[in-house]
Design a protein around this ligand. Structure first.
Ligand code: PGA
Length: 250
């Protein structure tokens, strides 16, 4: 059975003091043995403080992005090596805001996924179609292309890979996908993972993301092919995020 995984994507929110008070509360709410993987993705600026606070807790630290090269002349970028040094375990690759607002393409995202696994960390590869693509009946074609490119450098070993299916039109809009549509896509993703990685594909966790909140979390987290959630807006409040984590328990 796949262990559920819920991830709090803070995006560009929270100062260091705000991150500290959030984490103090979340640590209390999550307890010692949540029975699932709970991951927090602060901004780069709050990572060192968060790393310190999370030692000895069941909450893992992740980053929202990373550069695939280990070091070099890449002004403004942060490498997987630098993140690993801070205790980061998970790195999001190809979030739709990176793809659409910052022009990241499939090839770059594939290199990021490869760099994260090469350093023994877990990539969370985000995939998802826009509303126009869905209306044109092209949702699966787009997601399949993103999976293909994202996993293109992994050979036949996916290691800890996590996939987050996030329809672009559901992110930050308050309008979540229909659970049946999320299940249909997650099941297609699972089929693809089996074809690509054989039996190891069955161990890969597939999350749903896009306007997940405490009051709809269970609808998504009880779907047979959905193993967790990537949460943006609702994750900014520790009580709301802990409620979503609770709903993911099996
Ligand atoms: P949202 O964001 O929960 O605010 O829709 C999800 C995400 O961007 O990962």
């Amino acid at each position: 059975m796949r262990r559920p995984i819920v991830v709090a994507n803070w995006k560009m929110h929270k100062t260091v003091p705000e991150a500290r008070s959030y984490l103090r509360r979340l640590i209390e709410l999550v307890g010692r043995d949540p029975g699932l993987d709970v991951v927090v993705l602060p901004s780069f600026t709050a990572l060192p403080a968060a790393a310190e606070m999370l030692v000895g807790t069941p909450i893992a630290l992740g980053a929202q992005n990373a550069h695939p090269e280990a070091s070099g002349a890449f002004t403004g970028e942060v490498s997987v090596v630098q993140l690993t040094d801070l205790g980061v375990r998970y790195v999001v690759c190809g979030h739709s805001e990176r793809r659409h607002l910052f022009g990241e393409d499939d090839a770059l995202i594939g290199r990021k996924v490869q760099a994260v696994t090469a350093h023994g960390q877990v990539p969370i590869l985000c995939v998802g179609e826009t509303l126009d693509e869905r209306r044109a009946g092209r949702a699966w074609e787009v997601v399949a292309r993103q999976l293909e490119a994202g996993a293109s450098e992994l050979g036949d070993d996916p290691r800890g890979l996590v996939i987050a299916y996030e329809p672009v039109w559901a992110i930050g809009t308050g309008v979540a996908a229909q659970p049946a549509d999320a299940q249909a896509m997650a099941s297609q993703v699972r089929g693809w993972l089996r074809d690509r990685f054989g039996a190891k594909g069955d161990e890969i966790r597939v999350q749903y993301g896009g306007s997940v909140k405490p009051d709809n979390a269970r609808e998504f987290l009880s779907l047979p092919d959905v193993d967790g959630a990537l949460v943006g807006g609702a994750s900014l409040d520790p009580g709301a995020f802990a409620a979503i984590a609770h709903a993911a328990r099996r």
